[in-house]
Structures are given as C-alpha cells and as structure tokens.
Design a protein around this ligand. Sequence first.
Ligand code: CMP
Length: 155
Amino acid sequence: MTTEPIITEEQVDKVALLGKVPLFAGLDTGRLKQLAAASRVCVYPDGAEIIEEGVEILTFDDGLYLLIDGAVEVRKDSTDGVDGRLLARFGPGEFFGEMALLDDEPRSASVYAVTDSLCLVLSRWDFHRQLHGDPDMAVKMLTVLARRLRVTSGR
Ligand code: CMP
C-alpha cells in the first residue's frame, strides 16, 4: 500500500485555481501569486472531517478553506458526517471556515467531504492580511455571509 500523497503542491497550479475562486475575481496576477504562495493544498477523501465543531484554531495549517474540487457538507451536532443537522452544502469555488477566523470563537459546525475533495487553505494570518488589503474581497464575503444567513433563517 502506498503512502504517497495523491496530489502534491507542485502538481497544482494554485494561481490558476485561485483565479477561478469568485472571492478573488479581479485580483491581478501579482496578488494571486502572493495568495498562492501563502495557501496550502489539502486533499480529503470522501467522508473525511475537514473541520470539527467546537475546536479552536490553534495550528498554522488550519484557516479559511477554498473548495477547488469536490463537495462538502456543513453539519451541526454530527458525530459521523451523516447524523446531526445539515446546514449547507458547498461545491467548487465556494469557501468555508471563515466564521471562527472572524469572531475568534471555536468552529461553529463540522464540515465533511462528501466526495473526494481538494481545498486550498489560507492561514488565519494570511486570511486577515487579505481581508484588510482587499476591500472587494471583504464585500464579496459579506454578501455570501448575508445569503447564507438568509438560507439558515429561512429554515
Ligand atoms: P467556522 O465556524 O469557522 O467552521 C465551520 C464552518 O461552517 C463555518 O465557519 C462556516 O464556514 C460554515 N457554516 C456554519 N454555519 C453555517 C450556516 N448556517 N450556513 C452555511 N455555512 C455555515
């Protein structure tokens, strides 16, 4: 059995992938390159818990997740990715994990891969740097958060 990672950093054109993420649409190549250098490629098999509800962000490799390929589900009070309350499903181009970065509280829900998934992950520090330096990105994120709140409130 092999322990080789399925995808390595070198195999992924992070600049091209970040350019397709709506949150960063409009960024010039220089800024995309900076973000690409700061982001980490993470691959999750179907069923993997990417974010665990209630956990504090302590490690540098945790942060904002940009879903490049695959699908994830956000669940509250879940122990296995099947039980608990389904809050949202996200697909390629969407982001998650922003809440704990914004309010410095533990993770509000768990996030599970529901197919093999590939994410680019920005650390808390790089996320905040981007947020402060890119008002367009901040406004886009607010728009998405407002939409998500509407969906949740509508339930
Ligand atoms: P965070 O709290 O850092 O980690 C869990 C993530 O799930 C959270 O950030 C959001 O990205 C996402 N999330 C939590 N609640 C909801 C919701 N009601 N609708 C959509 N996404 C959510």
